[in-house]
Ligand binder design. Structure first.
Ligand SMILES: C[S@@+](CC[C@H](N)C(=O)[O-])C[C@H]1O[C@@H](n2cnc3c(N)ncnc32)[C@H](O)[C@@H]1O
Length: 360
C-alpha cells in the first residue's frame, strides 16, 4: 500500500464515514522507502468512526467490511502467496482473533479468480499479445486479426475523447491490473480494486514490484506443460491496488473522473445497486466505462438482480436502460469479440457490449 496518497483517499468500507489512519497500538507498522514515497508492507488501519481494523498484509490493504472473516476464508491462499512477507506478530494477531477456525474458502462460483491458472490466463490477456502469439495460419487468426489488436487499449479508446486532463481513475474488478497499466499513462492517479487476494497481490508484484517483482509467468500449454514468458511493463508511479468489494467501495464519494468496470457486471451479487455506487463515486460529468458479455449465473447473483437475461429483457437493452436512468449515454458498441485463452486447445469467445456514459 502506497502510504501517502492511498491513506488520504480511502474511506472505511463498513461505516463509509471514517477515514483510515495507521494504528500502532496493537502492531508496529512495517514500511519501506520506495522510489516514489513510502510503501506500507504491514499494518493495521483504524477507522476513526466505527473502530474497525483493516490489515495491510504483504503490502495488500484488505478493505472489506469484515476483514477477519476475509482473512479466515482466504487464510491458506494468503499464506501460500505471501507468508514470507508476513511478520510473526501479524500471525499472532490473527491466531488471537480468529482462534481455531475451519477454513471454508470453497467458492460457489464456477470460476476461482485466485487459482494460478486463472491468474495466468488473465496475465496473458492483459500483458501478452494474442495477435503475435497466434501463428498466422491459426484458425482463430481470422477473428483475432490486427484489427482486434490490443483489446483493452481499443476499449479504452472509446472513452478517451471524453476524459479530462489527468483524471483520477478507479478500475473495479481489476484482476491482474492490465487496464490500470494502460490508464496510468493518461491519469493523475489510478486505483484498482478486486475481491481476489491473488489477483491484487499479482497486480502489485507486476506493476509496483511490491512486495517482490514479477516479470515472468507460466502460460498453460496443456496438461502439466507450461511456457515461461516475460511480462514487460514500465513500472508506473501513480497506481495502487487494494482488496475490496464492488458492493462496499472504500473511497471517498464524488472523487473520480473515470470509473471502469470491465467484465464485472455479471459476476457481482447486486449489479443494479452497483450502478448507483458508481454514480456516487463519480464527480459531476465523470465518465463510466463498462463492458460485459452478460454471462449471468445464479452462483454470482439472484435472477431477480440480473440486468436482463430474462424473457422480454435482452441484456443489452436492459443495461442501456439502467445506465441511461443515471447517466447520459455517449458511446455504445455491441457484439464485440473478446477472446480469453484457457490453454492451447481451449479459447473462450464472448461477444461484449461496450458502453461509455457520463454522470449528469
Ligand atoms: C471476469 S473478471 C474481469 C477481470 C478484468 N476486469 C478484465 O476484464 O480482464 C472479474 C473480476 O472481478 C472480480 N470480482 C468478482 N466479484 C467481485 C466483487 N464483488 N468485488 C470486487 N471484485 C470482484 C474477480 O475477482 C475478477 O478479477
Amino acid at each position: 500500500m502506497m502510504l501517502a496518497q492511498t491513506l488520504i483517499d480511502c474511506r472505511c468500507p463498513k461505516c463509509k464515514k471514517g477515514s483510515l489512519t495507521l494504528d500502532e497500538s496493537i502492531l508496529p507498522v512495517i514500511s519501506k522507502d520506495v522510489t516514489d514515497g513510502q510503501e506500507i508492507q504491514e499494518a493495521l488501519l483504524h477507522c476513526e468512526y466505527c473502530n474497525t481494523l483493516y490489515p495491510v498484509v504483504a503490502g495488500v490493504a484488505i478493505l472489506v467490511p469484515n476483514p477477519l472473516t476475509y482473512v479466515a476464508k482466504n487464510y491458506s491462499l494468503i499464506c501460500s502467496l505471501a507468508s514470507q512477507y508476513i511478520s510473526s506478530l501479524m500471525f499472532d494477531y490473527w491466531s488471537k482473533h480468529l482462534g481455531i477456525f475451519s477454513e471454508n474458502n470453497t467458492s460457489s462460483m464456477d470460476w476461482n479468480y485466485d487459482d494460478p491458472l486463472s491468474l495466468s490466463l488473465y496475465i496473458f490477456a492483459h500483458y501478452d499479445k494474442i495477435t503475435e502469439f497466434l501463428d498466422l495460419n491459426h484458425p482463430l487468426r481470422k477473428l483475432v486479426d490486427d484489427e482486434y489488436g490490443d483489446w483493452y487499449e481499443r476499449l479504452l479508446n472509446l472513452a478517451k475523447p471524453y476524459l479530462r486532463q489527468q483524471p483520477k481513475v478507479l478500475d473495479i474488478g481489476c484482476n491482474v491490473g492490465g487496464l490500470i497499466y494502460r490508464l496510468a499513462y493518461l491519469s493523475q492517479f489510478v486505483y484498482g480494486l478486486d475481491y481476489s487476494f491473488g489477483s491484487v497481490f499479482t497486480a502489485r508484484c507486476i506493476l509496483l514490484a511490491q512486495p517482490c517483482l514479477q516479470n515472468i509467468y507460466h502460460l498453460h500449454i496443456e496438461g502439466v506443460t507450461y511456457q515461461e514468458r516475460p511480462i514487460s511493463v514500465e513500472r508506473p508511479n501513480n497506481v495502487d491496488i487494494v482488496v475490496a468489494s464492488a458492493g462496499n467501495i472504500p473511497f471517498e464519494l464524488k472523487y473520480f473522473d473515470l470509473v471502469t468496470a470491465i467484465n464485472l457486471i455479471d459476476v457481482i451479487p447486486n449489479p443494479d445497486c452497483f450502478l448507483d455506487n458508481v454514480d456516487s463515486l463519480l464527480k459531476n460529468q465523470g465518465i463510466f466505462l463498462t463492458t460485459d458479455p452478460y454471462y449471468w449465473e445464479t452462483d454470482s447473483s439472484a435472477i431477480e438482480q440480473w440486468i436482463g437475461g430474462r424473457p422480454n429483457m435482452p441484456s443489452n437493452e436492459a443495461m442501456r436502460t439502467e445506465v441511461s436512468k443515471r447517466f447520459n449515454l455517449l458511446e455504445e458498441q455491441d457484439i464485440v469479440p473478446w477472446v480469453l485463452r484457457v490453454y492451447e486447445r481451449h479459447y473462450r469467445l464472448y461477444f461484449n457490449h461496450h458502453l461509455v456514459a457520463q454522470k449528469r
